[in-house]
Design a protein around this ligand. Sequence first.
Ligand SMILES: [Zn+2]
Length: 248
Amino acid sequence: MKKKLLILCVDGLDSNKVNKLNLKMKYNLKLLIPNNCCIYENGVYIPHTFTIWKSIFSKKTNKDVRLFINKSILSKFDDLLHRIGNMLKDKNMNKYPFTFPIYIKEKNILKEYNSINWNIPTISIDYIYYLYDWQDFKKYCLHEYNLFKTFAFGSMLSVFDVIAIYTRIIDVYEHIHIDTENIYKEIFLIANELSKKVNVLLISDHATNEEGEHLKYSYFGSNIPIKGNSILDIKENIKEYLENGEYQ
Ligand SMILES: [Zn+2]
């Protein structure tokens, strides 16, 4: 009987904080973020969420992804749209007029298998970028996180062999200085409990510290053996397992 593969994508999960809280999966790696998955600002390379998620799953090189992101309306007009959005904000509804999907229509490794993905930036057609203020966004993130958990719990009943899902709650909560310790504990509880029924990969794109800064390393954990030094090695692990891995 084949075991399904559940890929939990958690934005901003910090492997140092994972250690500090004594959390772990059976196998745990701290991965590096290459410079070409970062935005270069004021002499510093800052990990870029959209580039990294695309690079993790795409067969394209990260350079191609950066090219797309650089050309996109997002990178050129983000600040301008944010300002206009604030001006046009519906005072009664407390809503901003600009929300749009970030989806790059290119092949990715998940498409080569019997898979479903939900809410992963640039990979999932249903991922929505919000121009928001952080406080308003908190409610949406909690709702998104509850959906994430529901999808995770349902993975063992899924008709798909691979289920890949995403939450941005840790990254957003760190940006608005909400304590994330309980979320960390719950995510590891879910990952470890579910790994009794399905195989689980727990992936972050970069660490986000308590000041909301993106740091140049990420966490990669699993109940099955994994290897690699950089986030660009993750897709080889997925491929290796799905093609040659021991299904139980
Ligand atoms: Zn991120």
